[in-house]
Design a protein around this ligand. Sequence first.
Ligand SMILES: CC/C=C\C/C=C\C/C=C\C/C=C\CCCCC(=O)SCCNC(=O)CCNC(=O)[C@H](O)C(C)(C)COP(=O)(O)OP(=O)(O)OC[C@H]1O[C@@H](n2cnc3c(N)ncnc32)[C@H](O)[C@@H]1OP(=O)(O)O
Ligand code: FAD
Length: 670
Amino acid sequence: MSSKKEINEDLVNERRKCNFNIQEVTHIIDGGVENTLQRKKIEDVALNGGASLDDVPEECMNLRERYENALRKSCVYANILRNELLEITGIENFGTPVIRRTGDAFFKDISPFMLHLGMFVPTIMGQCTAEQQGIWLPKALDMQIIGAYAQTELGHGTFIRGLETTATYDPKTKEFILYSPTITSYKWWAGGLGRTANHCIVVAQLYTQGKCHGVHPFIVQIRDLDTHMPLPGIKVGEIGPRMGFNTADNGFLGFNHFRIPRMNMMMKNAQVLEDGTYVKVARHGKLTYGTMVFVRVTLVNEASFNLSKAVTIAVRYSAVRRQSELRPGSAEPQILDYPTQQHKLFICIATAHAFQLTANWLWHTFTVVQAEMRKGNIDTLPELHALSSCLKAVSTSDAAACIEQCRFACGGHGYMMSSNLPYLYSFVAATRTYEGDYTVLLLQTARYLVKAWEQAEAKKIVTPTVAYLNRCFDTNEKVAWTNSPEGIIKSFQAIAAGKISLCVKNIRQRIKTGMDYEDAWLMTTVQLVSAAEAHCRSMILDTYWNEMQRLTKTSSDNVKMVLYQLTTLYLVYWALEKSGDLLRYTSITEGDIDLLQKEYEDLLVKIRPNAVGLVDAFDLRDEILRSTLGSYDGRVYERLMEEVQKNPLNKVPVDPSFQKYLKPFMKSKI
Ligand SMILES: CC/C=C\C/C=C\C/C=C\C/C=C\CCCCC(=O)SCCNC(=O)CCNC(=O)[C@H](O)C(C)(C)COP(=O)(O)OP(=O)(O)OC[C@H]1O[C@@H](n2cnc3c(N)ncnc32)[C@H](O)[C@@H]1OP(=O)(O)O
Ligand SMILES: Cc1cc2nc3c(=O)[nH]c(=O)nc-3n(C[C@H](O)[C@H](O)[C@H](O)COP(=O)(O)OP(=O)(O)OC[C@H]3O[C@@H](n4cnc5c(N)ncnc54)[C@H](O)[C@@H]3O)c2cc1C
């Protein structure tokens, strides 16, 4: 056993073997040297006081203790946030992922303030007029009020137009009356709502002058600011234990003719005048869904970050862990030496990079579209919606699958809560569902793709992200296969185009047999989801490859080499995964697939010596990783043992329940 300060010998050797400059890769992942310095500064400020603040692991506490503990830490963290961090980033960068990431050093599960920061504040920024922002924003940023985002109801989450909560305008008092007419109309799921929030955004059907104008957002005070008692007419509480998010106090909320002032309707996109006249301000009907688009964009970043944590844990552990023997009597190898283990893990490193670069690109696209919309141009919104929908769906789904693979890679110890892998998995698994379910969002992208196909068919130029459709349109022949990064990307575009084409053909055929458009669409949805996924994969491959080429232009040779190997691994991995589609839509042969398999296995061998260096390059501080298996020093077994000492069950040698139950049971006669 190594002494406390020592770094595990195997990890020392791994770091010695690494042949590239780790810092250079860190800068690429962070988006430049300046960003790395800024991140480190933010981490230093946020974590200086020793962020964990837990004597007993969160998972050893009961529900009440966990909530109270999470709230206590949230207050400590929020003080650092509002007093120090916002000064560094500037208020306009309040939602920067770097700030959000420091939170993980405080919370293994999640902060009850997460939705206040992640959705309540952004909705005020995106859905309120300047005058309303002037009222709400300073209070929200200073956390004098704490908010949640209550859209989903017991009966509806996906189908927002089906929400049942009503907000009926009363011109006599110049108020809206909020009402929950049915059990299914109760708000359900909103994070922070159950115990913490005193305000929330409520999405409700707006009625004025006897007419329903569809769903609109309102800002509603639900609790007394002093006593925290629910206000008369409000029924609010916690929805109960769930797979993750157990310290987020997800809540339910019902209204019994609860009145709010007219100006509490968020009026940037639509207004109700004092006399009850409804005025539509926005030029696009779906701008009220703006917060969801924003969060979907940020979730691609979240997918990358959480995956980078999981794979850092699993790769370091795999370097420390020794198991089995390759030949009788030989020393036990590091499990990282097994190609099957490399197959599980290296794709996770590459996926984290692919999603990080895609997230950066998507964020840039989002800011450009926002700027255009501020000028009154909404033409690029449908493309952004299609993009953010599929990228959110695929990145969260792949990240969850990869994190689970990292857990498999850590054997039994990966199943321990102290490894942090179960927390990471349950957190990311939820992201596949919330903010738009996987299937539902891919079908949104599919709508866009079918329209784009029809435009290409009519010889019109389509938007940049589907420009390949113009090129692929006339090809009835299979695309010629070439085994190169560009060749693989082109082939994935051919797969996407082929699948979209087939969907359109099948919809049309079904209509010919007498089906109406809705039924024909419905019957084709399995294929439509697959087409949207294929489109998304071609986008990710293209973005990852081209961005990495751009970002490594001035890098040192070894950095160029290792990142080239990783990017190629990603492309080849997906070519092999989708070999059936390649056989269908390109001229690839079985022999070509054999060559790809060989190339893939060779890449695993080439990447192996740099594996630990590659995860070190994520530069994740131990406080943020929070894992017995994944710390920088590799003291895996020591940390597992130390964690055991913190388990309250081990505080006494004999559990009191022995006298109460076990002893009487053992002594009782059958
Ligand atoms: C310091 C800390 C800072 C940050 C923290 C960082 C990260 C994390 C932050 C927070 C996250 C933490 C926790 C989050 C917890 C989860 C919160 C939630 O889940 S909130 C609830 C979210 N709910 C959903 O996402 C519901 C999903 N459903 C929908 O979006 C819609 O109902 C639908 C499926 C899109 C359908 O809507 P609708 O029926 O109205 O529309 P149609 O299908 O008929 O389509 C008509 C037309 O409109 C287009 N369209 C739809 N949506 C949009 C849009 N958003 N923008 C633009 N256009 C849109 C659609 O494509 C159609 O177009 P057409 O084909 O007709 O041209
Ligand atoms: C941890 C967590 C936190 C959350 N936090 C919040 C919050 O803070 N605020 C908030 O408002 N909400 C929140 N939600 C709710 C979340 O946004 C919804 O659960 C999510 O949008 C999915 O909607 P649903 O539950 O209605 O699923 P459903 O729509 O009922 O989905 C069930 C199944 O039906 C399928 N399905 C549904 N519609 C279609 C369709 N049109 N075509 C094909 N298949 C379909 C789906 O693919 C899925 O397989 C949270 C959820 C979770 C899990």
